[in-house]
Design a protein around this ligand. Structure first.
Ligand code: NAP
Length: 294
């Protein structure tokens, strides 16, 4: 239980509602900042502003998945007000006040470097990333269905990268009957891809395989789908780029060649906000219980 633990939830989207519900069930004392347009009340939760919230009383701060932008602001879909985290406010929190955020940003890193508060980047954790790969793969299936006029079954799909997202995406498309190839740079990953029933190809050979593809799904956050690869793709082929912005595709060249290329960030929050919220809520609550014990 999280009885007497004071958690400030600052900004967010539908995913935060699952976090609020879960932490409320665990009896945490919740202060919600940036939730003035949220109609439903939650037991143990109080709507606040940064001005009314006493920073010295807070044990943990939960920021949105997107963290804090370059203007030190956090997003909230439940408020029309801009929420700016001023560094003086953070400086008044306890040294042990832990900050949890989906991703880290330069401004957040700068703030933490200055004030040295414990920080957890939730999306960098394997457990969150692997659970999150499930709605990501489902969202990718949705995008491919919406943007092609053939079935996934029997289509030739190349997945670039075989990390947490690449593995789930390739399994999902294989289970739907697609002919899946996986391109990765590490030989161990290629061996694992072979073991899991997909055809491994070296990233260096991508250019030679591109002409035999209907869909290419990129999960590598680097310049991978470059012009010489796109030049070989058939004109009907689709690119879905899942890698974090700006993706790994030469979108300008794809457009010039008339190949549809879509950057698809944040799929879990779009296709399954409730599940995506529960994934964060479950991991976050275990971390808070651990923090409380220490
Ligand atoms: P990950 O587990 O780190 O996997 C990344 C893969 O890319 C690994 O196979 C890695 O290979 C490879 N890679 C990285 N840099 C490379 C390079 N320069 N050249 C060749 N291969 C390279 O990451 P993940 O969790 O799967 O996430 C992948 C991307 O998807 C991230 O950008 C993440 O932010 C994004 N994402 C998007 C969504 C969405 O909704 N669109 C959802 C979740 C995640 P090595 O092991 O050899 O480094």
């Amino acid at each position: 239980m999280l009885t007497d633990m004071h958690v400030a939830i600052i900004g967010g989207d539908a995913r935060q509602l699952e976090i609020i519900r879960k932490l409320s069930e665990l009896d945490a004392k919740l202060s919600l900042v940036g939730f003035d347009q949220l109609d439903d009340g939650v037991a143990g939760a109080k709507k606040q502003t940064l001005q009314t919230l006493d920073p010295t009383s807070i044990d943990a701060i939960v920021l949105p998945v997107s963290g804090m932008n370059s203007k030190d602001e956090v997003e909230s879909i439940f408020s029309g007000e801009t929420i700016k985290i001023d560094s003086e406010w953070i400086s008044r929190t306890k040294k042990t006040t832990t900050i949890y955020s989906g991703i880290s940003t330069d401004s957040l890193r700068n703030l933490l470097q200055k004030y040295k508060r414990p920080f957890v980047e939730l999306f960098n954790r394997d457990d969150v990333a692997i659970y999150n790969s499930i709605p990501t793969a489902e969202g990718t299936v949705m995008m491919v269905i919406q943007n092609t006029d053939t079935t996934i079954h029997s289509s030739r799909v190349i997945v670039l990268g075989f990390g947490r997202v690449g593995m789930t995406v390739s399994h999902t498309f294989r289970q739907l009957g697609a002919k899946v190839k996986v391109a990765a740079r590490e030989t161990e990953l290629l061996a694992r891809a072979f073991e899991s029933g997909v055809e491994p190809i070296s990233l260096n050979e991508l250019e030679n395989h591109a002409e035999n593809s209907d869909v290419i799904i990129n999960t590598i956050p680097d310049e991978i789908l470059i012009a010489k690869v796109i030049a070989k793709m058939p004109s009907h082929a689709l690119i879905v780029d899942l890698a974090s912005k700006p993706g790994g595709t030469d979108f300008r060249y794809a457009e010039k060649r008339g190949i549809k290329a879509l950057l698809a960030p944040g799929l879990p929050g779009i296709v399954a906000p409730k599940t995506a919220g529960r994934i964060i809520a479950n991991v976050l609550s275990s971390l808070l219980i651990g923090q409380r014990k220490n």
